[in-house]
Design a binder for this molecule. Structure first.
Ligand SMILES: Nc1nc2c(c(=O)[nH]1)N[C@H]1C(S)=C(S)[C@@H](COP(=O)(O)O)O[C@H]1N2
Ligand SMILES: [Mo]
Length: 498
């Protein structure tokens, strides 16, 4: 009697949630892509060697015109990007906020698939499904509907596709996403190498997005071809026998709700990016904090891994004071270190170097998506911390820079660059005050005479052209109180391990 298989309730619910989460991930992912719309297969991202460039701008050809990676950012429309228009910081917040919910939905779904016996509809058990699926595709191409598998709700092509999406594509997106996190790359460089490095992972993640988009388009097309009322009855009410009118109403309302969430998220993010950054940040930071406790980061790349080319982000200071310092080889440079410490000091470069130089070959990850491997030489921050003896109440170390963004970046930005670093991250073994890059004194564009290296964090935390260091017991009164210049002005997250 019972000819039409029913969809269990868990399928109806997780499918609905998946529509919401996958579309949020897609739009926020496109926002992230817009900040560096270029894809590479090899780490280092040498300009001109991208396999895909979604931008008319092309930098690097003319070395007489200096450029930085923020110049590569594109402004994409809010219809395709969440929230759109150069909002990488907020876009990332949406992406990482959605990830745990999407993974949870997927985990519940997969567990229920096996517990309920629904797996027999989803998991192919015989190779014969492959030729069958090919025949089905041929049938569709002849504008006819392919037959369902006996006693099952899907035809062979459909079953194989769903299996691929659930058990191949989704895990691949999760795995390649993880392979881009600086905290993960720092702790487990071998994991990044599985994808051919961070850029390989980025490219795979992008191709995964394309595959997911292609799936969604064909999937929607098939729903229309098979007839919306009947298909809506299956997936929103659980059975084809359901009331068609009711199904159309329920389905349309569900889709409308998804659209409303998207519009709401977009409008809210654009009207009040600061509150969006703070609200979403609460969850995202907890996630990042967990990552930062996942063992210690110790990167040891080989000399031959060093990138032939290392992008620059942030234009050097332009003022006379800096130019004069540079003109005499930074001989007159003095670094004041103070705040809540027992022994405030002011150090010249040779005095600093006497605290003990080390070298490390590590991978730099910019928030925009590029990376580069270089050897950095300098003094471990822990040596400086031991020298000045911070008081117990110290929570962060603030690094003030010499570049005034009003002069170097413009675009309505203002104030000197700075970043505050939680003391626990500053104590990590590879946290360095670097004086050298690839065996030579730091070049001007990479932060001469002194820059920060924090190998488990994103690039913007690694202040270049350091002017002074202050130990503090809170960040609320510094800058706009978000923990750093990029956090203040671009709504990036603070202490970013992903
Ligand atoms: N003072 C200062 N430090 C800075 C920046 C800046 O604009 N000013 N940009 C940051 C960003 S976003 C990145 S990715 C790295 C880039 O380092 P690099 O130019 O040596 O590659 O520097 C960071 N440190
Ligand atoms: Mo960056």
């Amino acid at each position: 009697m019972e000819q039409v298989p029913h969809y269990p309730l868990f399928v109806v619910i997780t499918h609905g949630l998946n529509i919401l989460f996958v579309t949020l991930l897609m739009r926020s992912g496109v926002e992230v892509l817009s900040s560096m719309p270029k894809l590479y297969w090899s780490d280092g991202c040498p300009p001109g060697r991208e396999w895909l460039r979604l931008s008319g701008k092309n930098f690097g050809g003319d070395s007489r015109r200096p450029w930085v990676s923020l110049d590569e950012e594109e402004s994409w429309h809010p219809v395709i990007a969440l929230p759109g228009r150069k909002n990488l910081g907020v876009g990332r917040h949406w992406h990482f906020l959605t990830v745990p919910f999407w993974i949870l939905t997927g985990a519940v779904y997969v567990a229920m698939v096996f517990v309920s016996g629904y797996w027999s509809y989803l998991v192919p058990t015989h190779w014969s499904i492959v030729p069958q699926a090919i025949r089905d595709i041929g049938t569709y191409l002849h504008f006819q509907l392919a037959p369902q598998l006996p006693g099952q709700p899907f035809d062979a092509a459909q079953k194989l596709t769903y299996f691929g999406v659930v058990f191949v594509l989704a895990p691949l997106q999760i795995a390649s996403g993880v392979a881009m996190s600086p905290a993960m790359l720092a702790r487990f460089p071998w994991y990044g190498r599985l994808f051919g490095g961070k850029q390989g992972a980025r490219s795979v993640h992008f191709l995964g997005l394309c595959a997911m988009l292609a799936f969604v388009v064909v999937h929607l097309f098939m729903v229309v071809v098979h007839g919306i009322p009947g298909e809506f009855a299956k997936i929103f009410l659980g059975s084809e026998d359901g009331d068609r009118v009711l199904a159309t109403v329920v389905g349309s309302l569900t889709l409308l709700a998804v659209v409303i969430v998207h519009v709401g998220a977009t409008v809210y993010s654009r009207i009040d990016p600061r509150r969006t950054q703070r609200l979403l940040g609460k969850l995202v930071h907890r996630f990042e904090h967990m990552l930062s406790r996942l063992g210690r980061s110790r990167q040891h790349y080989r000399r031959r891994d060093i990138s032939e080319y290392h992008r620059v982000n942030g234009y050097p200071p332009t003022d006379m004071g800096y130019r004069q310092l540079a003109a005499d080889g930074f001989g007159g440079y003095q670094l004041p270190v103070g705040g809540l410490v027992d022994h405030p000091v002011t150090l010249s470069l040779p005095e600093l170097a006497r605290l003990g130089m080390t070298r490390q070959i590590t991978n730099h990850n910019c928030i925009q998506g590029w990376n580069g491997i270089a050897e950095w030489g300098g003094v471990p921050l822990s040596a400086l911390i031991d020298l000045v003896q911070p008081s117990k109440s110290v929570s962060h170390i603030v690094f003030y820079a010499m570049d005034d963004k009003a002069l170097t970046e413009g675009r309505g930005r203002y104030g000197y660059f700075y970043e505050a670093v939680p003391i626990a991250i500053a104590r990590q073994p590879q946290a360095l005050l670097a004086l050298e890059m690839n065996g030579a004194p730091l070049p001007i564009e990479h932060g001469a005479p002194l820059r920060l290296r924090l190998e488990s964090q994103l690039g913007y935390k690694m202040v270049k052209w350091i002017k002074a260091i202050e130990f503090v017991d809170g960040i609320a009164d510094i800058g706009m109180g978000q923990g750093g210049y990029r956090e203040d002005q671009l709504y990036y997250g603070s202490s970013p391990g992903i």
